[in-house]
Design a protein around this ligand. Structure first.
Ligand SMILES: [Zn+2]
Length: 424
């Protein structure tokens, strides 16, 4: 059907209003945070309730409430008690699932602090958490009831001022990225403001982010640390910083992460956000990111721009690392008899669910790592930290090395799909 433009605009506004009306029927325009502990070892895991928190902004979508992509190692649902209807859901991953694949997890237990956020329900609700089993199927592991009249819901303290880095859109229609400073002292705050601008420009210099400038908001938070830099345990360097970040996570020098996730959420709550980006004030080479959890990268290393883009591929679009020849070696992170959920690697177990449709008929699958296939899409062996049995879409991509300046077509499509999910 063909509508003249004013009618289309009217229809569009009507649908947005409808979406918001639906949202405000069930939710307040603020955030509910469920803090919990996630413990276990390589074989077992358990979840324990910690705390409810009410945060002042809802930065997420008011219309894309149900997660249709179902990426991530974990998944949660918010269910209306009265009707039994699923009101909100999201997939995500955490540091715990990576730790489970380390040698330490074979012989020891550990507990991590985790949380999920959702729009604040007006009526009693139930929250279910799911974890994928070895076959990749979500299994319910935890359930708890929420009552908005509960007097023990903790109100978040908003300690820090937020500022606009690039905010062309309404948060309910935009992808909102909050940038948190780590290891910037009060005296470093002007540098942090400049770094936010620098990395926003960097983000918009890469496709496909460059195509969505007017739909992506970027916020910064003025949250100083007592000291500059980050911890480098093996070198005996320890710094008193806001988020307790450190290099050498799981013994990997350049793996820069924090396990103090409550501190991360507390600072992020000072702005509306969908995605958390932590910028670390150090010239070291390092970074890390986990899907729908957070991304972290350094500010002043020579490769900082590309690290920033690469890590956001993980935390925002759920992309896997396409490299395999590095010191990163997890035990059986991707079982070879299961199709991984990440969109840009495959075990060829269920390849049609992935990018099989993007490969020309003349290209053999698997595709040889030969010069004639250099810039073509295929299924090249080696990816996801494994040299054998896992395949990547192109010989090179920003999720593999920093030699080029672009994502492969499969990663490009995955990032576009995710931006559309947040902003359509
Ligand atoms: Zn790629």
């Amino acid at each position: 059907m063909h509508f003249p433009k004013p009618i289309l605009l009217f229809l569009f506004l009507f649908l947005i209003k409808q979406g918001y009306a639906q949202f405000s029927l069930f939710f307040e325009n603020k955030t509910l945070r469920l803090d919990y502990y996630h413990g276990g070892n390589a074989q077992n895991e358990y979840f324990v309730f910690d705390n409810w928190k009410e945060e002042p902004f809802w930065g997420g979508s008011t219309h894309a409430l149900i997660d249709t992509l179902r990426y991530g190692q974990y998944f949660f649902e918010l269910i209306d008690k009265e009707s039994g209807k699923v009101l909100y859901s999201r997939g995500y991953t955490t540091l715990f699932s990576e730790w489970q694949t380390t040698n330490e997890a074979q012989s020891a237990d550990r507990i991590f602090t985790e949380s999920v956020v959702m729009p604040f329900p007006k009526k009693p609700a139930q929250i279910n958490l799911y974890s994928r089993n070895r076959k990749g199927v979500f299994i319910q592991k935890f359930s708890t009831s929420f009552n908005p009249a509960d007097p023990y819901i903790q109100k978040a303290d908003i300690h820090y001022k937020s500022f606009n880095v690039h905010t062309p859109a309404d948060p309910s229609q935009a992808l909102d990225i909050v940038i948190i400073p780590e290891g910037y002292t009060s005296a470093d705050m002007e540098l942090f403001r400049q770094d936010c601008k620098k990395f926003a420009d960097e983000l918009f210099s890469y496709a496909p982010y460059s195509e969505y400038r007017d739909k992506i908001n970027i916020w910064g938070i003025e949250a100083p640390s007592a000291e500059s830099g980050t911890d480098i345990p093996v070198k005996g360097i320890w710094r008193n910083t806001l988020l307790d970040s450190r290099m050498y996570t799981f013994g990997i020098e350049r793996y820069l992460m924090t396990s103090n996730f409550k501190a991360v959420r507390d600072v992020a709550a000072c702005a509306p956000y969908d995605q958390i980006y932590i910028l670390v004030n150090t010239p070291e080479y390092g970074g890390g990111a986990i899907f729908n959890h957070y991304a972290m990268s350094v500010n002043s290393n020579r490769s900082a721009g590309k690290i920033f883009i690469h890590e956001f591929g993980h935390s925002f679009a759920g992309l896997a690392d396409e490299y395999y020849n590095s010191e990163v070696a997890y035990n059986d992170m991707y079982p070879l008899d299961v199709e991984p959920w990440e969109p840009n690697i495959t075990t060829l177990v269920d390849f049609k669910r992935k990018w099989k449709g993007l490969i020309a008929d003349t290209i053999p699958i698997p595709t040889p790592n030969a010069p004639q296939y250099k810039h073509l899409t295929g299924a090249f062996e080696g990816g996801g930290y494994a040299a054998k049995g896992i395949y990547r879409p192109q010989q090179d991509c920003l999720m593999n090395t920093f030699r080029g300046n672009s994502f492969c077509p499969v990663c490009l499509a995955a990032i576009r799909r995710m931006i559309e999910f947040y902003t359509h």
